[in-house]
Design a protein around this ligand. Structure first.
Ligand SMILES: Cc1ncc(COP(=O)(O)O)c(C=O)c1O
Length: 413
């Protein structure tokens, strides 16, 4: 039995080695933020950094800053900062584009490396953009190509000698179910398929070991647990052993061997740089670069331990205090099998979430009936978790969620 008293929560906070890391963030007063899996909190220092990039690097030094402020190498510099969080070597990760675009690039590269194989495997209910981008790629590659979606427990059996690549999201965006990265990668390789991981809900929240698992490619978001800001650039990983063979189709000048030679014919850069496409968005890239500093000196084992403890506590409290209202659990009870968020089900989940946000507890809603709560150990504590469930219980008890204003559906949920 997991203890669920307020006193116990306070004791846990008092002895939490990660508690001081909350000071690294500009969290608004009175807010319990449980949506770091969607948009991370603003780290302190990012505002100043962007201000100085605007005033000094852009405003004063103008175009010289491509060299003097090393803007030109932002993609590889930021990639190298992300690398330790995903178990990769510094030159195997690059910051670029959005996760959607990166999916297209690495999946296309994987298909090209596996000629004669025409199936790409994923799972139904994967994050929509993953499926949409793969559908677009298969259409583009021609009528022989197809995206095949297979339920997660049957995926390893479905991989065959027609499979070019398998793309899965390591931690599922709704259920938080986590794949065994090494086992699935091994099963893909046994059939000659290449393995691509979407790490959007993993990076910065759970330890990831891409090279230990022998993964081929990976992609991930910069604006969730990496706290890079709304629409922050994404990243991608290409295993060192593939870097000279992997050729993505969006052959823009930033991926050229010598972009400033201005020649007519494309020649790919060596290494990870060939995965780049066009000019880096320097403001957004600088924000992510600075945000990543909150991870310096942070032990990801402690992050994982606290994330598991917080999600265990939340699940126990939900069972104790919310189940009687018909609230269900859509996340595994086994801490080893889940990432760092928990989804609860409730028929009127959207309205309940709006009422909760109105009380200062911010999570989000995913159709049709999931209330999603993210646990970012660097700025969320045990008492926060206790209070969040207490307020949720009050909202369900008093049925304030029935108020008209909580039932108006906004464009973004
Ligand atoms: C698993 C996963 N992949 C991709 C994305 C988003 O991709 P993009 O940044 O291109 O919109 C998300 C966003 O929530 C996601 O959860």
């Amino acid at each position: 039995m997991i203890p669920t008293s307020l006193d116990w929560c306070r004791t846990q906070d008092a002895r939490d080695p990660l508690a001081p890391s909350k000071d690294r963030f500009d969290l608004p007063e009175g807010v319990i933020y449980m949506d770091g899996n969607s948009l991370g909190v603003l780290p302190k220092g990012v505002g100043d950094r962007i201000g100085s990039v605007i005033r000094e690097e852009w405003g004063r030094d103008l175009i010289k800053s491509w060299n003097t402020a090393d803007w030109i190498n932002l993609p590889t510099r930021v990639g190298a900062k992300i690398a330790p969080l995903v178990g990769a070597k510094p030159h195997e990760v690059v910051m670029a584009d959005s996760t959607s675009i990166n999916i297209f690039k690495v999946a296309a590269a994987a298909c090209r490396m596996n000629p004669g194989r025409t199936r790409i495997i994923s799972e139904p209910g994967n994050f929509p953009t993953d499926l949409y981008m793969l559908q677009g790629l298969a259409d583009f590659l021609g009528p022989d190509y197809e995206l095949v979606t297979v339920d997660r427990d049957k995926i390893t059996d479905a991989i065959d000698d027609k499979t070019a690549a398998v793309l899965l999201t390591h931690v599922h965006y709704v259920s938080a179910d986590m794949f065994d990265m090494a086992a699935v990668t091994k099963a893909a390789h046994a059939q000659g398929a290449l393995m691509i991981w979407d790490l959007s809900h993993s990076t910065g929240a759970v330890p990831v070991a891409l090279n230990e698992a022998e993964a081929d490619f990976a992609v991930g978001c910069g604006y969730k647990y990496l706290n890079g800001g709304p629409g922050a650039p994404a990243f991608l990983f290409v295993a060192e052993r593939h870097q000279d063979k992997a050729q993505q189709p969006l052959t823009g000048w930033f991926g050229h061997r010598n972009p400033f030679d201005f020649v007519d014919d494309y020649a790919p850069a060596g290494g990870i740089k060939r995965m780049l496409v066009g000019t880096t968005g320097v403001l957004a890239a600088s924000a992510l670069d600075c945000a990543l500093d909150v991870f310096s000196g942070v032990d990801m084992t402690l992050v994982r331990q606290k994330s598991q403890a917080l999600t265990d506590l939340f699940i126990a409290l939900a069972h104790e205090r919310l189940a009687r209202f018909g609230v269900g659990l859509a996340t595994s009870q086994n801490p080893a099998r889940r990432g760092s968020h928990v989804s609860l089900t409730f028929e009127h989940g959207y309205a309940v979430m709006q009422a909760l946000i109105d009380r200062g507890v911010i999570g989000d809603f995913r159709a049709p009936n999931f209330m999603r709560f993210g646990f970012t150990p660097l700025y969320l504590g045990f008492e926060d978790t206790f209070r969040a469930v207490e307020i949720l219980e009050e909202i369900l008890e008093t049925e304030t969620w029935r108020e008209e204003r909580f039932n108006q559906v906004s464009a973004v949920t």
